[in-house]
Design a binder for this molecule. Structure first.
Ligand code: FES
Ligand SMILES: [Fe+2]
Length: 342
């Protein structure tokens, strides 16, 4: 069951150019486009005339023109022109989805009710360009949404799946702590590794080598918002009692988890850092590293899903490292129950 009354990442702003973008989100086909004045609109991606995808149409000024016979729609989804006649049938309008641009992200509200802006977590690291540099990307995975949640909530897999970039032995051997914030709907997973090896991902970007303190603090706000606060610091230098932490390097590693259709999920990512801000070479390095890290996850999840599909019954053996993932599953299940009951 899809959790509809929520915001999901629909696109990166960098994906919006002169042509409409086609996305399938929560099983629905959506056409997303930026008009000439800069407004971003999402419409149901099916022309009411004969069903041609509107995402194959053309952006003309503020409007989207169907690529088959030219039915034309404005930014509210209202049909404003049809070929060969002045009268426009009242049933020719299409659904418009509420969108919210937040830095490099375009969020979509998939609910049928009024969009709830309080459900959109603030992401200042994506909008304060003077303090943060960001690289981003998106992958589509042929695996269920649940498998991606599992993957992101248990980072011990870094040691084995991402050993060449971010995985060191200590990620898997350091115990984690899990906190469930029922009131704010957040699952938090903490793994603080002290005096551990600095992986290439951070050595090249921070200049630190040898032993470091490396913290991974995850905030997962189901269903679609995941944020990993990464803290990299010289050994034995925790944040000061007043909270300042200027001697450390910080990254906000964001994932937007967006179900596409049954067994398919979009994995949007954005990496923001508060060091080497504006350094293009570091941007390129991180973009390349993260793209390959994400591809390792994509490959693993694609294989896992195809093996899962072959089995009649799925059996699992859960251990301590799975506590974050299991807490996330419980929270998702209770959200689904609440939706069914409403
Ligand atoms: S299908 Fe769109 S105008 Fe005919
Ligand atoms: Fe991974």
């Amino acid at each position: 069951m899809y959790l509809r009354e929520n915001w999901y990442v629909a696109a990166l702003t960098s994906e919006l150019d002169a042509k409409p973008l086609s996305r399938q989100i929560l099983g629905e086909h959506v056409a997303i486009f930026r008009s000439e004045s800069g407004r971003v609109t999402a419409l149901a991606d099916q022309c009411p005339h004969r069903g041609y995808p509107l995402s194959l149409g053309t952006i003309v000024g503020e409007q989207l023109v169907c690529g088959y016979h030219g039915f034309t729609f404005d930014g509210s989804g209202t049909c404003v022109a049809v070929p060969g006649q002045d009268r426009i049938p009242s049933r020719a309008d299409v659904r418009r989805y509420a969108l919210k641009e937040q830095g490099i992200l375009v969020w979509i509200w998939m609910g049928h009710g009024e969009p709830d802006e309080s459900k959109l977590p603030p992401t200042p690291w994506l909008t304060e360009a003077e303090n943060w540099s960001t690289v981003s990307g998106v992958a589509k995975i042929s695996a269920s949404f649940d498998l991606l949640v599992d993957n992101l909530l248990d980072l011990s897999h870094e040691t084995f799946l991402h050993s060449g970039s971010i995985g060191t032995p200590e990620v898997a051997t350091t115990p984690l702590e899990v906190e469930v914030d029922e009131e704010n709907h957040v699952v938090r997973v903490f793994r603080h590794m002290n005096a551990v090896e600095c992986p290439p991902f951070y050595a090249r970007t921070t200049g630190l080598h040898g032993k470091i303190d490396r913290w991974q603090d995850i905030d997962y706000t189901p269903p679609g918002h995941y944020l990993l606060h990464a803290r990299i610091a010289p050994v034995g230098q925790p944040p000061l009692p007043d909270g300042t932490d200027d001697h450390a390097y910080h990254m906000k590693i964001f994932y937007g988890l967006t179900p596409s259709s049954e067994g398919k999920v979009y994995d949007f990512w954005a990496l923001a850092r508060d060091f080497c801000v504006g350094d293009d070479e570091i941007d390129r390095f991180l973009e390349k590293m993260q793209t390959s890290v994400v591809q390792e996850d994509v490959d693993a999840l694609n294989i896992l899903q195809s093996r899962t599909d072959e089995r009649r019954e799925v059996s699992e053996v859960s251990v301590k490292i799975d506590r974050g993932g299991l807490a996330a599953r419980r929270m998702l299940a209770s959200m689904a129950d609440a939706q069914s009951a409403s």
